[in-house]
Design a protein around this ligand. Structure first.
Ligand code: J2J
Length: 547
């Protein structure tokens, strides 16, 4: 059992002492940080967002006051420190006071994405034994409140569903503030979600101290200043727009955050013009769409200084088009909810910005590039400098274990605490990493991560399916698409269209429904008789090319 709780693998005490001594961990919680920010930037705009079709602007003082009231309301409704609360909010302004309210109470938000559906929400609630779900009513034609209530009916630990915008929520948010004890800064602050490669997404415990370090340094590396304006274009509960540098980095710098309700170019460009956005972050397919749209927009994008691109590989061709098309500097970012975040620096030579995914935030981020040959029995032998290998990392803001996942942790981490990222990289002499591929069974669908096994399990739930293998195939727009090979049971017949409908009806995030399903008599196998995903990928790539 660690100081942070029985389910959380803490850093070894001597390592933690080193991070404290280095000034990385400063003993500050997010709740306390907001108080300090409100004192320093009281009347400055903190958040701009749209709620019920109206634009909302809150200053740092207003945000702080709201978070205090919500914290008090949560306590009165029975939420206590250490409880888990599944949060499924799109980019609405209430996201921030709710999250800071939970942090003040010491309850842990579990950051579900708006795209998640019943299947995922239920898993998060069960896995975290959440006591509450906070969501919105309807968003993008999906009834989130109904989904949350259905999950609450099925998962015994969930005692309440709180719908932002409801009369009940407004009442809670009007509670008189009260003094609350500041939680332990080295304790867990929230649970993020892993993209995953096995089964269902794992939960990632992040502490106030470790996350705040990455946020503070991200804000510095991205040169955020009080007059910067950050546009959160992607769903803000994802680690990238939350912290790289994201809304938290913007707040930390005393800058304003603008929450885009949708990431499309029309919405984003409108907000860039009207709010004078200086910096934002997107995934490569979105960057490509914005580059195209910029050629015919009448919007004034001249305030934009930096466009971060990450979440999936940004190829050189796209990288080269960003600056000229959008009139801003490209900053590549390669990060993961488990911790490690790399950025190209704003003063890096052009060649590094165009061809690498950046270097780590911290000099204390330890990087090991190892022989990737046998993931089942890793030798962890370090490769020659500059050679391609699997990336292992350990450091002051990279977790030492997933939440309640002892068996999985034994595989996902080395005995000496390095996280096996599953990414194949090349390390340049400057320390910049170039992501060249992946050794994990995950499809990166334009930044949205799909665990092959999770989709295979959904497919295998169909009575006519004997076996399923899910792989990614190259795609010009998304980078990769999800494709499934399916072997039917003897004497049954099933079509790809039927199976896609079947997976969709299992109420999963729509980005997980395979783009292409091939029904085959058998899978190609490797020499030892295992399904060869490499051959499946090659066969599917050939098939896609023919179309
Ligand atoms: C190639 N692959 C990348 C990149 C992430 C900042 C930015 C992104 C994330 C994120 C994040 C990549 N090129 N530039 O949390 O704070 C792939 C890798 C990585 C996985 C992590 C952040 N940037 N990736 O994408 O937890 O495979 O975080 O291991 O969703 O995305 O996914 P996720």
């Amino acid at each position: 059992m660690s100081a942070a709780g029985p389910d959380h693998v803490a850093w070894p005490p001597e390592v933690a002492a080193r991070y404290r001594a280095a000034g990385h961990w400063r003993g500050q919680t997010f709740g306390a940080l907001l108080g300090t920010l409100a004192a320093a930037h009281a009347g400055r705009t903190a958040v701009v967002g749209e709620t019920a079709g109206e634009t909302v602007r809150w200053t740092f003082s207003e945000l702080d006051a709201r978070a205090h009231r919500i914290a008090a309301g949560l306590v009165e409704s029975g939420i206590t420190a250490g409880e888990r609360v599944v949060l499924q909010l799109p980019n609405v302004p209430e996201f921030l006071p709710v999250v800071f309210g939970l942090w003040r109470v010491g309850a842990w938000p579990v950051f579900a994405l708006p795209a998640h559906r019943h299947s995922e929400l239920r898993h998060f609630a069960e896995q975290s034994e959440a006591t509450a779900i906070v969501t919105v009513d309807t968003h993008e034609r999906h009834d989130h409140a109904a989904t949350a209530r259905a999950v609450a009916d099925e998962v015994a630990s969930v005692k309440r569903v709180l719908v932002v915008g409801s009369a009940e929520f407004d009442e809670l948010a009007a509670t008189a503030p009260r003094e609350l004890p500041d939680p332990d800064s080295e304790g867990v602050a929230f649970l993020q979600l892993s993209g995953g490669s096995t089964g269902l997404p794992k939960l990632i415990p992040r502490t106030h101290d470790d996350y705040l370090y990455s946020v503070r340094e991200s804000a510095r590396i991205c040169a955020l200043r009080p007059d910067s304006v950050y546009l959160a274009a992607l769903p803000v509960s994802h680690n990238y727009p939350l912290s790289s540098p994201g809304v938290l980095g913007a707040l930390h710098a005393g800058a304003a955050t603008v929450l885009a309700p949708r990431p499309d170019a029309d919405t984003a460009f409108r907000l860039v013009e009207s709010e004078g956005v200086t910096i934002t972050g997107v995934v490569p397919p979105l960057a490509a769409a914005w580059v195209q749209a910029a050629a015919r927009t009448e919007r004034d994008l001249s305030s934009l200084e930096v466009l971060l691109v990450g979440g999936a590989k940004c190829g050189r061709e796209l990288a080269e088009r960003i600056g000229p098309a959008l009139g801003c500097r490209l900053q590549q970012v390669f990060g993961m909810a488990e911790g490690l975040v790399c950025y190209t620096r704003l003063d890096d030579p052009e060649e590094l910005v165009l061809t690498t995914q950046g270097r780590p935030i911290s000099l204390d981020d330890e990087i090991r590039v190892v022989d990737p040959d046998d993931p089942a029995a890793p030798s962890d032998a370090v490769v020659e400098p500059g050679a391609i290998g699997a990336l292992l990392t350990r450091g002051p803001y990279t977790i030492r274990g997933y939440y309640r996942a002892t068996a999985h942790n034994a595989e996902a981490f080395t005995p000496d605490g390095f996280y096996r990222t599953g990414d194949l990289v090349r390390c340049h002499p400057s320390g910049h990493l170039e992501v060249v591929g992946r050794a994990k069974e995950q499809i990166n669908r334009g930044g949205e991560k799909v665990a092959a096994e999770e989709v295979e399990n959904h497919l295998m739930a169909h009575p006519a399916v004997l076996d399923a293998a899910v792989v990614g195939v190259p795609d010009a727009y998304l980078g990769e698409r999800t494709c499934a090979y399916v072997v039917p049971r003897a004497g049954t017949e099933v079509t790809g269209a039927e199976l896609r409908r079947f997976v969709r009806e299992r109420d999963v995030a729509s980005f997980k429904v395979p783009d292409l399903i091939e029904v085959v008599a058998r899978f190609p196998v490797t020499g030892v008789g295992k399904t060869s995903k490499r051959e499946l990928r090659a066969a599917l790539a050939a098939l896609v090319e023919k179309e």
